[in-house]
Write a protein that binds this ligand. Structure first.
Ligand SMILES: N[C@@H](CCC(=O)N[C@@H](CS)C(=O)NCC(=O)O)C(=O)O
Length: 259
C-alpha cells in the first residue's frame, strides 16, 4: 500500500493512525509540488483535487480521508475502528464531520496567519482572538460528546478518537488546548500514549521546522494555497476578507478543481 500524504496534514494523520492501529504495512510519499496545485503523475490521477491523503492499493486508487478510512474498515475489519452500536457509529461519524470541516478550518486559518503571514498587527490579533473563541466553543462541544467515557468511541479507542486527534493536538501546539486536568486534556494525554499516535505526531513535529520558510515559498511562487470550502468561509467570517482579496490579486491562492 502506498499512502500519498504530507506529515502536517491532519487528514493524512487520521489515515496513518488508522493504518497503524490495524497493523497494516504501508509506504509513505509526499507528492511533488503539493501545495501548488501543480502535482502530476499517479498522485494527480488518484486525487483529482490534488489533495492528500490518497491511497494506492493495487488497482484501487482512493482519495479523501473519510473514504480511505471506510475502505480500510471494509477490507480489514479487524480490529474494528467503528463501534458496533448504530447510534455510536453515527456519533463517531458526526464527530469526524465537525472536526474535518469546522475545526480544521480554524487550525488552517491560524497557520495562514502564523506561518504564511497573511495578516499581521492588529488584524492578526483580532483574527487570533476569534479563532481562540471558536476553538473553545468546538472543544466544549467535543467535551460534551466525550462525557465521562475514556474515548470518544466509547470504552475503546477508535474512529471518533483518531478523527479528533490531529485537530485538538494542533490546538495544543497553538496554545489553544483544553484546560489542564479537564476531561479533554486528560483524553489528549491518554491519546499521546498510543504507539499509532506517537509515530504519527512525531512525523508531524519533524516537519514543523519547514514552516518557517512558508511565507517565502509562497512569495517565490512555489505554493498557491487552496482556499476551499470551509477554509474560505472561515477567512470570510473571521476577519480575513482582505486576506482573500490580497491573495487573489497576487494570485497566490487558488480554489478547488475544476476551475
Ligand atoms: N476532504 C479531504 C481534504 C484533504 C485536504 O484538504 N488535504 C490538503 C492538505 S491538509 C491538501 O492536500 N491540499 C492540497 C494543497 O494544499 O495543495 C480529506 O478528508 O482527505
Amino acid at each position: 500500500m502506498l499512502l500519498y500524504e504530507h506529515p502536517l496534514s491532519s487528514y493524512a494523520q487520521k489515515v496513518k493512525i488508522a493504518l497503524r492501529e490495524k497493523g497494516i504495512a504501508f509506504d509513505l510519499e509526499t507528492p511533488q509540488a503539493i501545495g501548488s496545485g501543480g502535482s502530476a503523475g499517479l498522485f494527480a490521477a488518484a486525487s483529482p483535487r490534488r489533495e492528500v491523503p490518497a491511497l494506492i492499493d493495487g488497482d484501487a486508487q482512493i482519495f479523501d480521508s473519510t473514504i480511505i478510512l471506510e475502505y480500510l474498515e471494509d477490507k480489514y475489519p479487524s480490529p474494528p475502528l467503528l463501534p458496533r452500536d448504530p447510534a455510536a457509529r453515527a456519533s463517531a461519524r458526526m464527530i469526524e464531520e465537525i472536526c474535518d470541516t469546522l475545526y480544521e478550518a480554524i487550525n488552517w486559518g491560524l497557520s495562514e496567519i502564523r506561518w504564511f503571514k497573511r495578516a499581521e498587527g492588529e488584524q492578526a490579533e483580532k483574527m487570533l482572538a476569534t479563532a481562540a473563541r471558536q476553538t473553545a466553543e468546538l472543544q466544549a462541544w467535543l467535551a460534551e460528546r466525550l462525557g465521562s467515557k475514556p474515548w470518544f468511541n466509547g470504552d475503546r479507542f477508535g474512529w471518533a478518537d483518531l478523527s479528533v486527534a490531529p485537530y485538538v493536538n494542533r490546538s495544543f501546539t497553538y496554545g489553544m488546548g483544553a484546560a489542564p486536568g479537564s476531561p479533554l486534556a486528560l483524553w489528549h494525554a491518554r491519546l499521546r500514549e498510543r504507539p499509532s499516535v506517537v509515530a504519527t505526531f512525531q512525523e508531524s513535529d519533524a516537519a514543523t521546522g519547514a514552516l518557517a520558510e512558508a511565507a517565502k515559498r509562497v512569495a517565490m511562487g512555489a505554493m498557491r494555497r487552496e482556499y476551499r470550502d470551509h477554509r474560505l468561509e472561515w477567512m470570510m467570517k473571521s476577519g480575513g476578507v482582505q486576506v482573500v482579496l490580497d491573495g487573489l490579486a497576487r494570485n497566490d491562492i487558488r480554489f478547488t478543481w475544476p476551475i
